[in-house]
Design a protein around this ligand. Structure first.
Ligand SMILES: Cc1cc2nc3c(=O)[nH]c(=O)nc-3n(C[C@H](O)[C@H](O)[C@H](O)COP(=O)(O)O)c2cc1C
Ligand code: SF4
Length: 659
């Protein structure tokens, strides 16, 4: 008997039966090479099917050359993709999941750098991607676009997909046609509801005719009622009811946010759980034929069970939850949800990589995208179990200990402080970031289950490490703030002039509450990432008057890739923080700083405390001392070079798989 009875009840849509209600919803994994799905895609989707997902909707195929958006998109308009896709559909079906394919055309919001084509749209409005203008489609071009969708669906069917999902979300071409803001036409494609829906209706009815009665035709939409240019809930219900009464689509999935304001599409830590569930519920009220799917920040099986059991939706899409743990569904079904590696809603390596047009991965699950090389998110037992000592219990040490133990090694983890997590725990103490603590708790649970001996309050020097007598020593001793106030914008100064005047703390000291900053804080943010911005937020929320100085063009610049930067800046501004961008601290006087932006006259800002968030230096003394000792040693994480948790966890996983 499962703890999630509604979630694990099957559901039949057309010719396919989903074994449960958990869908791995469509998202651009961006892994195509030369426009073709390859080994990386195959491993990625197959792993989620092995992990128990009920249905997988493979990322969008751009239906036409004007629809191409990313470097890793599939080749549009070519039958060459068919045999490559067939390998994926066969593998996924063999593992018991239903497989569909999203088809898209983003209309006016395309990317010329990838398509080398003008963007097409109903009425020639500009792109919100880069403000390029778009081309108003002629009758003939509308016909071309419709036929492109139908041909893409034919390819999908021939490749073994059990259905297609038409992308009409976030203000893409299909919903641009039915949205009055975008569609200002006065021909048979604009004006009345029927005219505005004609484009989608033509595509769906021609696909049905081509593909037959068993083929699933889904619809991906979004709701973003806070934006006037977007459809209201009532107007969206009207559109959906129109389609539903004609039985044109078999299911509808409803996302959040839109290209008008990107931040809600892939909700960061600033957004609530189950964000899309109320929208699904509103659609269910008008859909008699279509199944309704809730998406966006559903995250956990507990949330998913609630959504299904309360009747808000028939299925749930859990995207990042299954990127972070491809075996989420099976672990929930087996009654061990506590073993699910919990997604952080950080967007760092999923959207954060797609944003920069790389293939996606995951901060806490570096096997994502590497399943074909690493054998999935699973481990092969070591040929010869060894005695392994891990020194340091930060993100690298934890992952290395876990993976080594998963492979059958006898592992001891020695941590100098009284808690596991290192600087990642400090990150988890920043506002909104408590999911990091949940992840550290997960690591601790896994180490317990794997019988790793964890020794807290255990700093180890070279003699102690040698005396321990391990076969392999993994050094994960982390990094430390430099304490010198070096700034990239002033590279000719090794130290910040005046740093000896005191009242200068590191972001780490502040977050560890080892120091008491004064009321007025000047925060020098060298990196533009969460370390600086999150510490500023922490101080501002605690009532400090915060001024941020950064050499970058905007505060939280490096967080932009995760779409959390705008909420951070909004919150900081609401708390009265002030920003100096493209700037540097020229001198610290102990109670004031001289700030330069290199263009206008210097300004003096009074402050009781200077907090510095900058690149750390590697804490590699142990590695140096053990160098030449004859011990088999492996270095991972910040003690190799100070970076982010991304590299720490990746390196730890990779190297522990090689022991
Ligand atoms: C890297 C990435 C790319 C995405 N690309 C698409 C896409 O191409 N089509 C789509 O309908 N949704 C896309 N999404 C949105 C997801 O389908 C989903 O709505 C979103 O991730 C929120 O759900 P979650 O909280 O379960 O991750 C993408 C999401 C991510 C993380
Ligand atoms: S990178 Fe972050 S948000 Fe994306 S799946 Fe992994 S943990 Fe979740």
């Amino acid at each position: 008997m499962t703890a999630f009875p509604n979630l694990f009840s099957p559901l039949t849509i057309r010719g396919a039966t989903l074994r449960n209600r958990i869908v791995f919803g469509s998202h651009t994994a961006n892994m195509a090479e030369n426009g073709l799905p390859g080994e990386r895609h195959l491993g990625y989707y197959r792993e989620r099917a092995i992990g128990g997902a009920g249905m997988i909707v493979v990322e969008p195929v751009p239906v036409h050359e004007t629809a191409l958006l990313t470097r890793g998109n599939f080749r549009p308009g070519s039958d060459e993709v068919i045999p490559h896709f067939r390998k994926i559909t066969e593998a996924v079906k063999a593992e018991g999941a239903v497989i569909c394919n999203q088809l898209y055309h983003v209309g006016q919001h395309g990317d010329f750098d990838n398509s080398f084509q003008p963007n097409w749209s109903p009425s020639g409005l500009p792109s919100f991607h880069d403000s390029d203008g778009s081309h108003q489609m002629s009758e003939a071009e509308i016909e071309t676009a419709i036929e492109s969708f139908v041909q893409a669906a034919r390819r999908a069917r021939d490749a073994g997909f059990q259905g297609v999902e038409l992308f009409a979300a976030y203000n893409a071409l299909i919903d641009q046609f039915w949205t009055p803001f975008n569609n200002r036409r006065d021909d048979r494609w604009g004006g009345s509801l029927e005219n505005r829906c004609r484009f989608a209706a033509e595509i769906a009815s021609r696909i049905r005719k081509m593909a037959g009665e068993d083929f699933i035709i889904g619809l991906a939409i979004n709701l973003h009622p806070e934006i006037d240019a977007s459809l209201s809930i009532e107007a969206t219900q009207e559109v959906l009811a129109w389609f539903d009464s004609r039985a044109l689509f078999d299911y509808v999935t409803c996302g959040t946010g839109s290209y008008f304001d990107f931040t809600g599409i892939i909700p960061s830590v600033f957004f609530a759980d189950k964000l899309g569930a109320p929208y699904a519920e509103a659609l269910k009220a008008v859909c008699k034929h279509m199944k309704v799917q809730a998406e966006s920040h559903i995250r956990t099986p507990e949330n998913a069970e609630y959504v299904i059991s309360s009747g808000q939706a028939d299925t749930v899409s859990i995207v990042r939850g299954q990127i972070a743990d491809p075996h989420l569904a099976n672990k929930a079904r087996e009654g061990r949800p506590e073993d699910i590696r919990p997604c952080l809603s950080c967007n760092q390596m999923c959207w954060g990589r797609r944003f920069r047009d790389y293939w996606i991965s995951c901060l806490i699950n570096p096997s994502a995208g590497r399943e074909f090389e690493w054998g999935g998110d699973r481990f092969t037992p070591a040929a010869k179990p060894k005695k392994v000592l891990v020194v340091g219990g930060g993100p690298a040490g934890l992952e290395a200990a876990r993976v080594a133990a998963e492979r059958g090694h006898r592992v001891t983890l020695a941590e100098a402080s009284d808690k596991l997590g290192g600087q990642f725990r400090l990150a988890g103490l920043q506002p909104r970031r408590h999911q990091i603590i949940d992840y550290l708790d997960w690591q601790e649970r896994q180490l317990n289950k794997l019988q790793v001996e964890v020794r807290l309050n255990t700093p180890m020097d070279a003699d102690e490490v040698t005396a321990f007598g391990a076969d392999v020593v993994i050094m994960a001793t982390g990094s430390q703030p430099t304490g010198d106030g070096f700034q990239r914008a002033l590279p000719h100064h090794d130290r910040l002039p005046g740093i000896e005047n005191g009242n200068v703390f590191s972001a780490e000291e502040v977050m560890a509450r080892q120091v008491r900053p004064g009321k007025r804080v000047l925060l020098l943010d060298e990196g533009g990432n969460w370390k600086g911005a999150g510490t500023a937020l922490y101080l501002a929320e605690a009532g400090h008057q915060v001024t941020i100085v950064t050499p970058l063009g905007m505060v939280a610049k490096e967080v932009e890739r995760t779409s959390a930067d705008i909420p951070i800046r909004k919150r900081l501004k609401a708390l009265g923080a002030t920003f100096h961008t493209d700037a540097a601290v020229k001198e610290w006087r102990g109670n004031a700083a001289v700030i330069t932006d290199f263009a206008s006259p210097d300004v003096e800002v009074e402050a009781d405390t200077l907090v510095i968030a900058a690149t750390n230096k590697a804490d590699d003394w142990l590695a140096r001392e053990l160098d030449g000792s004859g011990l088999e040693t492996i270095e991972v994480g910040d003690s190799v070079a100070a970076r982010t948790a991304v590299m720490a966890i990746y390196e730890a996983r990779k190297k522990a798989m090689e022991i």
